[in-house]
Design a protein around this ligand. Structure first.
Ligand SMILES: [Zn+2]
Ligand SMILES: [Zn+2]
Length: 414
């Protein structure tokens, strides 16, 4: 990335907010602030200064305008002023050396640790930490490495802190409200662990939720953790990784653009082994590299055919494959895109019919479907609305019919 990472934008946003429209070829003292903004966020790769809106600066303005989906006039106009006046993340939007990149790099480990140091007095108690924990869990369920909280003394990979605007590694003064860094193989600020997630505690007000004039901790944390896992900014305005943000808004769920970035960084893996005659794990029969984020795999039989059912809890994607007689994964039979949040899937047979049992832990919703002879999911048989918190479902065959075994991990004693 550019070498403008420590460029201070103090006073820049205030000057830009008060500037008139300036066209290419014209001069205005505020244009120097526009150049600083463009350099700091990756749109201007040359260290030019001064009050002239020259050709190079006009080209940089076009790149900025294209990125933010406003008319690419190459002039400093009202729409440009409006976007440059928004609060935003301190990391850049473009890499002048690699303008098409959307991801930085991945972590080499599937297990990451994080710790909290300083919080903010804007939020009561330690609710700001709970909001950040939720954001970590959201990414994890979408298929990132897993995140485990540790103490600051346990050499965490990620250290979360509310900091003065001049936080030491970055400079968040002048309209930037938070920053993080990329994985240690592709840092923007520093490769040394822990990688930072810093929230500006000087110039911005924080809230747990939607509050006028304040920024939702969970929403901003989700964006910054996106950088931590290796995502750059996105020019898709629906994406969590869009660089600018408004107060009094919630954005707590990664969108399809964010998930596309995630999938390009991390993969899932499958090994299939034969079990030997002594019940031990034997030779490997199949190795597959899949997209990350699959949370459930089940197998079932229809007649003599054997099928594999795969589910992603976070997105509701379902893939069904035929299994080959040598134990390897065969052709895809069908795929579905269901609602999010199915945590449990299991199969059972009554008579000659195979059924699919689906459960959402969060709300206790249960759907039961009949399975078709080609392995696909057939008509819904029944649905139930149970209590939340059931985590494990098993079917046992005692005598001629299956029994349903349900387990809830935790329930109030009184
Ligand atoms: Zn950012
Ligand atoms: Zn910092």
């Amino acid at each position: 990335m550019s070498n403008f990472r420590h460029l201070s934008i103090v006073g820049v946003r205030d000057e830009i907010k008060n500037m008139p429209e300036i066209h290419k070829g014209q001069s205005h003292q505020g244009i120097n602030s526009v150049k600083i903004y463009l350099k700091r966020f990756g749109f201007l790769g040359e260290d030019i200064e001064g009050s002239d809106l020259d050709d190079t600066t006009s080209d940089a303005l076009k790149r900025f305008q294209e990125y933010f989906n406003i008319p690419d006039t190459g002039n400093f106009d009202d729409a440009t002023r409006e976007v440059m006046s928004l609060s935003r993340c301190a990391l850049p939007d473009l890499d002048p050396n690699s303008p098409a990149a959307s991801t930085a790099c991945a972590w080499r480990t599937p297990y990451l640790t994080f710790a909290f140091q300083t919080g903010t007095s804007d939020v009561s108690g330690s609710d700001e930490f709970e909001a950040v924990r939720r954001a970590f869990r959201t990414w994890e369920s979408a298929g990132t490495p897993s995140f485990r909280e540790v103490n600051t003394s346990d050499n965490p990979d990620i250290l979360v802190r509310w900091r003065p605007a001049q936080c030491g590694d970055a400079d968040m003064r002048g309209g930037t409200l938070a920053h993080a860094d990329y994985p240690p193989d592709c840092p923007y600020y520093d490769a040394d662990l822990p990688q930072p997630i810093h929230f500006d505690d000087d110039e911005h007000t924080w809230a747990d939720g939607q509050v006028i004039g304040a920024f939702d901790v969970e929403s901003i944390a989700l964006h910054e953790i996106g950088h931590i896992i290796g995502l750059y900014h996105s020019s898709d305005s629906s994406a969590i990784m869009y660089p600018t943000v408004s107060s009094n808004t919630l954005a707590r769920v990664p969108q399809s653009d964010d998930i596309t970035g995630l999938r390009s960084l991390y993969k899932g893996r499958v090994h299939i082994h034969e079990m030997d005659n002594a019940g031990r794990v034997g030779a490997r029969r199949d190795t597959r590299t899949w997209t990350s984020g699959w949370t459930t795999a089940r197998t079932y039989n229809i007649g003599t055919k054997h099928f594999l059912f795969l589910l992603k809890e976070f997105t509701g994607e379902v893939h069904i494959h035929e299994m080959n007689s040598d134990g390897s994964v065969g052709a895809e039979v069908v795929r579905y895109h269901w609602s999010r949040g199915w945590t449990t899937a299991n199969f059972y047979t009554v008579g000659s019919t195979t059924y699919l049992f689906l459960l959402k832990e969060s709300n206790g919703h249960v759907h039961i479907h009949e399975m078709n002879s080609n392995g696909s999911v057939g008509a819904e048989v029944v649905r139930y609305d149970w209590t939340s918190g059931w985590t494990t479902v098993a079917f046992s065959l005692s005598g001629s019919r299956p029994y349903l075994f349900l387990l809830k991990r935790c329930y109030p004693r009184t």
